[in-house]
Design a protein around this ligand. Structure first.
Ligand code: NAI
Length: 482
């Protein structure tokens, strides 16, 4: 059973392995390492208490130790039940100077294969700071918005004086949130209100979490300022695209080892994630078909050489299905009923509602069997088998190890600079949702050029004035799309 102190991980004896992989990753994360060096003396995050809710991987370990190196105290949970790399979590709990017998690291609450109840318990632990008057963090670093959601729901129900009955929840996920908040209302009816009172802001990693923030801003319910890290160019145009280009097929390969060449693969959604996924499948020799609802993205997919059609037309003939939309109910049970024998179904969008897993389980006579963790066959009454990856949750983190270090160095450099912005300049960020200033976006890109041997051309002053930009940048207006 998982080890507990002021942390909970699967197995502390994995720490040495985790530390070796963290050391290798540091070399591949030049942005984060340069930021450590630049801010070593000034310690801009001294006094910051950061609660992180983000996939507890090797790359995230380098982020966590960067935040700590800049002066922050940190508590961490994963933002998905399957995405933790247990050796990375162990190394963080043990710390570079500790041992499994004498852990001296950072409080982390994460292991691969949490239940939903455990998942929300971990999120609560990361948000609950012992020996702090408010009991909480003063910064949140979020991926998908679950830590932010828990704080907001907690405050909302404390204002109302009660939380809804868990049995009225429309999903197992929400039922767990309600169970937790009913408990905390009983224990301390001001827990979340007190806890949130010192939060200066949240920096949000992904498209789906950013949607939630803009919704709260629109509804006037947002409690603290937020930086939308996802829409930094060096995040969404790199991590979402090139990261998924790497980790999508990594996940499919590790899960199934099926030959992708010659197969027909359907990619639902042609945003940043969909573009990377489609390219990687095509790179393996698959014939890729795209579905889209947005005419601009559909036209892009067509011009990139993909067939664009509706799912209904290809559901019986395709071999591999990947959802990348961040939207709900993309592949329904009725679609899965029509798929061919041993078709592979997986999702790489943030939440598990893109594929109707509940509907699949309700098909009369269907039998689910585990091939190995995060790979299941579903056998229909006529003998047809579907292979479903990571139970419909993001397969690149469930079946593989997520994006590789170099691309995450960009995203996490954006995260670190966003944390510094919000923590050190609260007066510049009244409650609202902001993107990272462009000069910081360009800075992050710059930090990754040397490692790739890129030689950048320097703008001459006459050229700079001709196109109307400073020699040192920023080079593009905010509306430029890259
Ligand atoms: P995006 O907004 O750029 O792309 C989503 C696309 O899906 C849009 O073009 C939209 O028009 C399309 N779409 C929406 N409903 C659709 C439907 N019913 N059928 C077909 N297409 C539909 O978003 P982005 O950045 O590509 O992110 C997508 C999801 O992936 C989000 O949930 C995001 O949080 C997640 N994500 C996951 C990562 C991972 O490592 N697994 C990495 C980055 C993002």
């Amino acid at each position: 059973s998982p080890v507990t102190n002021d942390f909970k991980v699967a197995d502390l004896s994995l720490a040495a392995f985790g530390r070796k992989e963290i050391t290798l990753a540091e070399h591949e994360m030049p942005g984060l390492m340069a930021i450590r060096e630049e801010y070593a003396a000034s310690q801009p995050l001294a006094g910051a208490r950061i609660t992180g809710s983000l996939h507890m991987t090797v790359q995230t370990a380098v982020l966590i130790e960067t935040l700590a190196a800049l002066g922050a105290q940190v508590r961490w949970a994963s933002c998905n039940i399957f995405s933790t790399q247990d050796h990375a979590a162990a190394a963080i709990a043990v710390g570079p100077n500790g041992t499994p017998e004498n852990p001296q690291g950072i409080p982390v609450f994460a292991w691969k294969g949490e239940t939903l109840a455990e998942y929300w318990w971990c999120t609560e632990q990361a948000l609950t700071w012992p020996d702090v008057p408010t009991g909480g963090p003063n910064m949140i670093l979020d991926d998908g918005g679950d830590a932010t959601l828990l704080v907001h729901k907690g405050v909302e129900f404390e204002k109302a004086g009660q939380a809804p009955d868990p049995s009225t929840a429309d999903s197992e996920e929400y039922e767990q949130i309600l169970l937790l908040l009913n408990r905390t209302l009983g224990e301390n009816p001001q827990k979340w209100t007190q806890l949130s009172s010192e939060i200066r802001g949240v920096t949000e990693e992904t498209t789906t979490g950013v949607h939630r923030l803009y919704e709260m801003q629109r509804d006037g319910t947002l409690l603290f300022p937020a930086i939308n890290v996802n829409d930094a160019v060096t995040k969404s145009k790199f991590d979402n695209k090139y990261g998924c280009r790497h980790s999508l097929i990594d996940g499919i390969n590790r899960a199934t080892d099926v030959l992708i060449g010659g197969k027909v693969a359907v990619v639902c959604g042609y945003g940043d994630v969909g573009k990377g996924c489609a390219e990687s499948l095509r790179g393996q020799g698959a014939r890729v078909i795209v579905t889209e609802i947005d005419p601009i993205n559909a036209l892009q997919a067509a011009m990139d050489g993909y067939q664009v059609t509706v799912l209904e037309d290809v559901v019986e003939t395709a071999d591999i299905f990947v959802t990348t939309t961040g939207n709900r109910d993309i592949i329904l049970a009725e679609h899965m009923q029509r798929m061919k024998h041993q078709a592979i179904v997986g999702n790489i969008g943030h939440f598990d509602n893109e594929i109707d897993m509940a509907g699949l389980a309700k098909i009369p006579g269907i039998v689910k069997d585990e091939v190995k963790p995060q790979v299941h066959t579903w056998t229909f009454s006529d003998g047809k088998v579907l292979i479903v990856l990571s139970e419909g949750r993001l397969l690149n983190l469930g079946n593989a190890t997520g994006h590789p270090s170099f691309v995450m160095s960009n995203s996490f450099s954006d995260q670190t600079l966003a944390q510094i912005e919000l923590f050190t300049k609260p007066e510049e960020y009244p409650i609202g949702v902001y993107v990272l200033p462009k000069h910081l976006d360009e800075k992050v890109a710059r930090l990754h050029l040397d490692a790739l041997g890129v030689k950048l051309t320097t703008l001459r002053p006459e050229q700079a004035s001709y196109i109307g930009v400073p020699v040192e940048g920023p080079y593009k207006p905010d509306h430029y799309r890259y």
